[in-house]
Design a protein around this ligand. Structure first.
Ligand code: NDP
Ligand code: 2IT
Length: 447
């Protein structure tokens, strides 16, 4: 889709200001292509240069993270925090530890987060951070020392009313624990609301661990219901086998579907009887092994090394690993194999060509900023519980999550209808999210 003519110069400026940051360009382009109809309808936004302002982060923090490994050797990593937009609330978004992290990835993730957080309807702005640190193969002590060094700099930039990080790729409850411990030590404050995704014993919230995956499955359930269908008898394929993937699989099974394959960056496993989630948790969360270990333990399962999981036929595809994992080639294969619903548990896992192929083929396509918003939404619920020093039950928290996902789904479809693009979840999500942020920015004046 072309960019609305009034937004062409904004995109040119983003390219010029952020050279080489291809993932950021991609994320901005997708939003600019979608919000064209809103530009004509709301001239007040253009007059206030809202889109240009949204594309420029409020604050970008880059810092050195020195740490010592178990042999006493010193390593230097780079840390980032992108405080992108705080019109709706404190900056909110995860931290990613992965060797591929650089400015372009942190910016794309921070930019996406503004819109995702807006869609939740909750009072959270957009931010993201991380490091090019590779947690794979590191000992527990090394992870702890890295997290302590990372927080030694980050602490001065965050706070429960300022910026509230959480997990993302390579950052789970273990890392959040070490980060929180160091924040508490440096500031001498038990400020629970400064981080989310905490362990239950020190201020965490029930369902936060499960929230992103569960939320994505709830979103698919709504997409199916909107087509008069359900999970009953459906097969699904999930990429990844980390936090989002594991709990997406668990909830798909609870909703009556069957996940027949999942993966990691080395390959994928197929289990036609349905992935055994308890075994998957044992392998990935407790033992931190590779996905190939699943096929070693389950005699009827098979492991395929070095290939993408999208070769496996399915009704529903849920990419839950990383950006750009479904290109045109994978999208074509999924469509050819009969896939009718795709929902992104990961952030931007489908390339623009992939999205176009799905939409042209009539596949229901749920973009990440809508489908995976359950994680950050439950983080906002964690902040709410921390602020009131309360702790909700699992059932109540899960009901809240399901309601939020249903509301996001409805908002996407209603907005797509209102702007003349029925069934287009991408347009619906982007326009609904954008107008909420834009209205808040207008109300707050030129800041
Ligand atoms: P985890 O670190 O728990 O798991 C990541 C999974 O994806 C692993 O199986 C990993 O395999 C695989 N993966 C990561 N990078 C690559 C890569 N470059 N190529 C192939 N496979 C890869 O992360 P999460 O489950 O938390 O995050 C997954 C996705 O979901 C990300 O896009 C994240 O931004 C998004 N997300 C996460 C949320 C959360 O609450 N955690 C919320 C919303 C979105 P391997 O172990 O081999 O690296
Ligand atoms: O991409 C995401 O939404 C996350 N990694 C979760 C962010 C959060 O603050 O819970």
């Amino acid at each position: 889709m072309p960019i609305h003519e009034r937004l062409e110069s904004v995109y040119a400026e983003v390219l010029a200001r952020n050279p080489g940051e291809t993932e950021f360009h991609q994320a901005v382009r997708e939003v600019l292509e979608s919000i064209g109809p809103a530009v004509g309808k709301h001239p007040q936004y253009a007059d206030a240069k809202i889109v240009s302002r949204i594309c420029e982060p409020e604050r970008q923090i880059i810092f050195r993270v020195p740490w010592e490994d178990d042999r006493g050797e010193i390593h230097i990593n780079r840390g980032f925090r992108m405080e992108f937009n705080s019109a709706l609330g404190p900056y909110k978004g995860g931290l990613r530890f992965h060797p591929s992290v650089y400015l372009g990835i942190v910016k794309f993730l921070g930019f996406e987060q503004i819109f995702k957080n807006s869609l939740t309807g909750l009072p959270i702005g957009g931010g993201k951070g991380g490091s090019d640190f590779d947690p794979k193969g590191k000992s527990d002590r090394e992870i702890m020392r890295f997290c302590q060094s990372f927080m030694t700099e980050l602490h001065r930039h965050i706070g429960e009313y300022t910026d509230v990080p959480a997990g993302d790729i390579g950052v789970g409850s273990r890392e959040i624990g070490y980060l929180f411990g160091q924040y508490k030590r440096i500031t001498n404050r038990y400020e629970s609301g400064v981080l989310t995704g905490k362990g239950l014993i020190y201020g965490g919230a029930r369902v936060r661990t499960e929230a992103t995956g569960y939320g994505t499955a709830f979103f698919v359930n709504e997409m199916l219901a909107a087509r008069g269908d359900s999970f009953a008898g459906k097969t699904a394929v999930v990429s990844g086998s980390g936090n989002v993937a594991i709990y997406a699989i668990e909830k798909v099974h609870q909703l009556g579907g069957r996940v027949v394959a999942c993966s990691d960056s080395s390959g994928y496993v197929v289990d036609e009887k349905g992935i055994d989630v308890e075994l998957l948790k044992e392998i990935k969360e407790v033992r931190r092994e590779r996905i190939s270990a699943y096929a070693e333990r389950v005699s009827h399962a098979r492991y395929v090394a070095g290939q993408q999981v999208w070769d496996v036929p399915c009704d529903v595809a849920m990419p839950c690993a990383t950006q750009n994992e479904i290109t045109g080639k994978e999208a074509e294969r999924l469509v050819r194999n009969g896939c009718t619903v795709v929902a992104e548990g990961a952030n931007m896992p489908t390339t623009p060509e992939g999205v176009r192929l799905f939409q042209d083929a009539g596949v229901a396509f749920g973009p990440g900023k809508a489908a995976n918003a359950g994680g950050v939404a439950t983080s906002a619920l964690e902040m709410q519980q921390n602020a009131s020093r309360d702790s909700w039950s699992f059932e109540y928290s899960e009901d809240r999550l399901e309601d939020i996902m249903r509301d996001i789904h409805t908002r996407c479809l209603e907005t797509a209808d209102e702007y003349g693009m029925p069934g287009n979840y991408v347009a619906g999500a982007n326009i609904a999210a954008y107008t909420r942020v834009a209205d808040a920015m207008l109300a707050l004046g030129l800041i």
